[in-house]
Write a protein of this length. Structure first.
Lengths: 180, 122
């Protein structure tokens, strides 16, 4: 069944998340659980990542702005992985792994990529356009949503803020100035 | 309007919302989804050729090379031929237009919309 995003769903389901800066902890909502497969066929659940800061990125191979962000995420995964951080990519490609696998190789993706479906898109508010990225804190709650191409610095500031606020000791991995 | 056995050209006007572009019919990256108009087959009309406009090569911040796109209003032309033994009267040639649109910072999922081209054979 094709992925049919709904703009109305985004506006009604997640209005409080479309704000500047990470939301205060008390205002955050739990990120919807999902079960999706990785390229090896293993089922991955978001709840497996509880206790980590997660950058959850909806993307597709045909999405130019998404492709710009992927090398940043590769770098974040490498830099912050040991501090309790993980990137999860959710591909919305209709052609499935056949399209995604070679693309991942080409961009040397070092983080876990899962194949999305209608259900996960709906649960995350419709995912009207790509890229759409959810910053999820260690408690499994959505701290911020980025819709569209965002700067590397903004993402990295979020990662560091969430790692720091959770007592993860990310100071050593702070982004250098001018890292846009 | 066509005569039996005759040919004619039909223009399909496409309007794109401001700020958006669609990939052209010949994108310059293998991962991009091209604009494509496909016609249903089997009726009294045969589509001899579908001609797309000349693409624009535009620079976008998300690409290190110009992207082959259509923007604004543009026209696709279909060259049609009626079968020599086509029944006279009116009909509709149906097709599907597949496209994928983006603006400067984000992309919408690929869509397929119905195209209906009324005709008359005399």
């Amino acid at each position: 069944m094709p992925w049919l995003p709904s703009r109305r769903a985004v506006l009604t389901a997640l209005p409080a998340l479309l704000v500047t800066g990470c939301q205060r902890r008390t205002e955050r909502r739990v990120a919807p659980e999902f079960e999706l497969k990785d390229p090896g066929g293993s089922v991955v659940r978001l709840s497996q990542y509880r206790g980590k800061v997660v950058l959850l990125n909806f993307w597709a191979t045909w999405c130019g702005p998404c492709v710009v962000e992927i090398p940043w995420f590769v770098e974040f995964e490498r830099r912050y992985k040991d501090q309790g951080f993980a990137v999860l990519g959710i591909s919305m490609d209709e052609d499935g792994w056949e399209a995604v696998r070679p693309f991942m190789s080409r961009l040397k993706v070092n983080y876990r990529v899962l194949m999305g479906d209608d259900r996960v898109a709906r649960d995350y508010g419709g995912v009207d356009s790509l890229p759409t990225t959810f910053m999820i804190d260690r408690e499994g709650k959505v701290a911020r949503v980025h819709v569209g191409l965002t700067s590397k610095r903004r993402y990295e500031n979020d990662v560091v803020e969430l790692l720091d606020s959770a007592g993860g000791g990310a100071a050593a991995g702070r982004p250098a100035g001018g890292a846009e | 309007m066509l005569k039996r056995g005759g040919t004619a050209s039909a223009k399909i006007n496409v309007q794109l919302r401001g700020g958006y572009h669609v990939n052209s019919h010949s994108p310059n990256d293998e991962y991009l989804i091209p604009l494509r108009l496909r016609w249903d087959e089997g009726g009294p009309l045969k589509v001899l050729e579908t001609t797309y406009p000349k693409p624009e090569l535009r620079d976008y911040g998300f690409s290190d090379k110009p992207v082959s796109v259509f923007t604004g209003d543009f026209v696709i032309v279909a060259r049609l031929q009626a079968a020599a033994d086509a029944p006279t009267g009116t009909g509709v040639l149906a097709g599907k237009l597949r496209y994928q649109a983006c603006d400067a910072k984000s992309c919408l999922p690929p869509r397929t919309i119905d195209v209906r081209l009324p005709y008359e054979i005399r």
